[in-house]
Write a protein that binds this ligand. Sequence first.
Ligand code: ADP
Ligand code: 5GP
Length: 204
Amino acid sequence: MNEKKGAILILSGPSGCGKSTLLKEVYKQIDDYYFSISTTTRQPRVGEVNGVDYFFVSKEDFEKDIEKDNFLEYALVHGNYYGTSLTPIKKALEEKKLVIFDIDVQGHELVRNKLDSIVTSVFITTPSLKVLEDRLHSRNTDNKTVIENRIKNAKVEVEHFRNYDYLIINDDLEEASKQLVSIANIIRIKTKLFDKNSIVSSWL
Ligand code: ADP
Ligand code: 5GP
């Protein structure tokens, strides 16, 4: 009766809105998930670990992977390449996991076009641009030019929020985490994830 597919949860939102912080809270409260570790050509931030936060590679290696068709999706974001490798995603979906992506608006569109029936997406933002700027500064991980570039991109990214299924304004962390946990739980029982024949035949 429970023969159902894996599902994909995509989170996007301006850099600094709190996606990673929210995900850390959510992971304490859900199970049977797989977080998609992206590959990037950007430099690691202090404290970031290769293979945990990202796979950090050179531009040459990234471009080789593009040529070999190794990515489910990839995009240039803030001047660096970021991409999702296909193989671990396929495996996690075969294991019927909830696969979680933290990707930008371009990546969302690409994955949505390829795997629409199993995708649910959430756009996350701050209550205002000012709050975003404050968070980027207080995170203290990027220099002034990088922050300015991220703020410029944020203004464009926010325009896309209506392409997403849900919007979370990450003001109060506890409230926003609760909303994200609710979404992560409820999408596991979307009708599209169940195999019609096996449900009907086991029911009759
Ligand atoms: P992202 O992953 O979207 O780039 P982060 O999770 O790194 O963003 O968060 C950016 C900064 O904002 C961090 O310093 C984090 O501690 C802080 N932050 C995240 N959510 C909140 C919140 N709800 N209230 C206050 N600060 C927050
Ligand atoms: P950061 O450098 O702050 O970690 O991430 C910058 C942006 O890149 C964020 O908007 C994040 O969602 C996006 N991003 C991270 N990994 C990927 C990926 O694999 N593909 C795409 N398209 N965007 C990504």
